[in-house]
Design a protein around this ligand. Structure first.
Ligand code: AP5
Length: 197
């Protein structure tokens, strides 16, 4: 199964991405996790990305594709790509890469939750020593960025016929069950077309 996860900060991309990846036994590639790994290891990519992560801004495309390129090129079958793309230009570039690799996504999963709930979840994580970008001002900036630059991806993938919207306002367990059931329903079609899932 080849899935892109789109959703605002706190919508559950990481939580559900891990669940889907385990269910379908495919790699979970988290853009934010990979970037934070570089920051922790103080690599050149990490040093270039850190300020953007701290401010809740987008890391420039060249750095993001550098950081994720290896994981994407290593994909040999299915994948769950979480947090990538975040802009229409990233989607266009990713599309070309997926065509070159013969690994076009089958589903672009969009997790929807309202800003009040997203803020509540992220502040709760921040208050228990979660992530350094889970502070009120940085959360506001991450949400602003999401609405401005990432949200248009819903229309982009809807036009291509692969958008799967999911109501992420419910408890994580319910959301996960619904996603797995919806993706399971796609398995026969994917097999017919000879996709590796
Ligand atoms: P990234 O790590 O992707 O962060 P994000 O998009 O801000 O999203 P989060 O990880 O905070 O939330 P999530 O949707 O994964 O939800 P989660 O499951 O964690 O990116 C971080 C930064 O990296 C970006 O700001 C940017 O700087 C940079 N970056 C990344 N990708 C980039 C790209 N492509 N281009 C440029 N820059 C990029 O859940 C959050 C919390 O909510 C958890 O505590 C969880 O337990 C809880 N929760 C989850 N689901 C539910 C539920 N249904 N009910 C109640 N609580 C829930």
């Amino acid at each position: 199964m080849r899935v892109l996860m789109i959703g605002a900060p706190g919508s559950g991309k990481g939580t559900q991405g891990a669940r889907i990846a385990a269910h379908f036994n495919v790699p979970h590639i988290g853009a934010g996790d990979i970037l934070r790994g570089h920051v922790a290891r103080r690599t050149a990519i990490g040093r270039a990305a850190q300020g953007h992560l701290d401010r809740g801004g987008l890391v420039p495309d060249e750095i993001v594709f550098d950081a994720l390129g290896h994981a994407l090129c290593e994909v040999d079958g299915g994948y769950i790509l979480d947090g990538m793309p975040r802009t229409v230009p990233q989607a266009e570039r990713l599309h070309q890469l997926a065509v070159d690799l013969g690994r076009l996504p089958q589903v672009a999963l969009h997790l929807h939750a309202d800003d009040e709930e997203l803020t509540r979840r992220l502040l709760a994580r921040g208050s228990t020593g979660g992530r350094s970008d889970d502070t009120a001002p940085v959360i506001r900036e991450r949400l602003r960025r999401y609405h401005e630059t990432t949200s248009p991806l819903k229309a982009w993938y809807a036009l291509r016929g692969i958008l799967l919207p999911v109501d992420a306002m419910r408890p994580a367990e319910h959301v996960g069950h619904e996603i797995v059931a919806a993706l399971e329903a796609l398995r026969p079609a994917a097999l017919e077309e000879g996709f590796a899932i």
